[in-house]
Design a protein around this ligand. Structure first.
Ligand SMILES: *[C@@H]1O[C@H](CO)[C@@H](O)[C@H](O)[C@H]1NC(C)=O
Length: 298
């Protein structure tokens, strides 16, 4: 009887071992998903051939897309160009706040760990591209001479035109910007970025990294702006943008800088003109103007 008892324990322990082996094998199967550089206009990953990992603190840390800090193929090499893109969109691109948020979310697609392990440029859901097109159709874009993709209009660009003058729908906009577009947001697998499935994933990874991020970004003015922005949105949008929360901060930061710069410049211009004329004048109707803008196709 005692012997049988021992035998049973032996079997039991072995079966535990077996399960651990299985779990290991499964985990190993998962970690065989490794970072693959997307090519195109996107800078290569520095950890190509390795699984996505936590972003390291210090000079190579993500400057944007921090929602993906926990697990990503990105480092500063990818987020810096993304940051520049959003900054241009906010300044010379004259984009609305919603356009900035969506564009930031789009630029962050390369840093999504599930996108980073796929071959080729990020797959964006067509529905998400349509939303970007709606929000960004009147923002200014230019064809980048080096990469031959549509990018937010910069100071040095000769020919800047509204998105609606370059392209006629969301699919075209995403493709022209260097992404590939998936027509359907299928459940289950990970077919595309920016659909409901991908927002849910981001929401959950955001919740777990939230405290970390809040400590990092202590610009309370920006936070308040964001809260106001969220409060002004219709419910459906609020839900998806609550996801971005404090994570999508770059567009917000640039927009609030733009606001204060604009006011300061306007005041300075009024003072200069006032001094010259020796009188008080009313503020100009249009706060921003470009010397280098030419409308495309007109
Ligand atoms: C977008 O526009 C292009 C060119 O006008 C057209 O060929 C394509 O079918 C359109 N796509 C959608 C989803 O409407």
């Amino acid at each position: 009887m005692r012997r049988f008892h021992r035998f049973c324990i032996f079997l039991f322990l072995n079966s535990i071992n077996f399960w651990f082996l299985c779990a290991d094998a499964l985990a190993a199967g998962k970690t065989s998903e490794v970072c693959i550089s997307p090519g195109g206009r996107f800078p290569p990953f520095s950890n190509v051939g390795k699984p996505p990992k936590k972003a390291s603190k210090g000079p190579r840390d993500l400057t944007l897309c921090r929602v993906f800090r926990k697990k990503t193929c990105c480092d500063v090499t990818q987020t810096y160009p993304a940051l520049l893109s959003i900054r241009r969109l906010a300044s010379s691109g004259e984009a609305s706040q919603e356009c900035l948020n969506l564009w930031e979310f789009l630029e962050c697609s390369v840093c999504d760990p599930r996108v980073g392990v796929q071959r080729g440029p990020p797959n964006i859901c067509a529905s998400f591209c349509d939303r970007i097109y709606e929000a960004c159709s009147s923002a200014y874009f230019a064809m980048d001479g080096k990469t031959q993709v549509l990018a937010p209009c910069g100071q040095g660009d000769f020919v800047c035109g509204r998105a609606s003058e370059w392209v006629s729908n969301g699919t075209e906009l995403c493709s022209a910007a260097g992404f590939s577009v998936k027509p359907l947001d299928e459940p289950g697998e990970f077919p595309c970025y920016g659909g409901k499935g991908s927002l849910d994933y981001i929401a959950s990874s955001w919740k777990s990294s939230r405290s970390e991020i809040v400590r990092g970004e202590q610009n309370t003015e920006v936070v308040q702006d964001f809260m106001q922005l969220i409060a002004d949105m219709p419910l459906s949008e609020r839900i998806s943008w609550a996801v971005g929360g404090l994570v999508l901060t770059a567009g917000l930061l640039f927009a609030s800088r733009r606001k204060s710069n604009g006011q300061r410049q306007k005041q300075a211009a009024i003072q200069r003109t006032g001094r010259r004329l020796g009188t008080r004048i009313s503020p100009p109707a249009s706060p921003v103007s470009h010397g280098n803008r030419k409308n495309v196709g007109k």
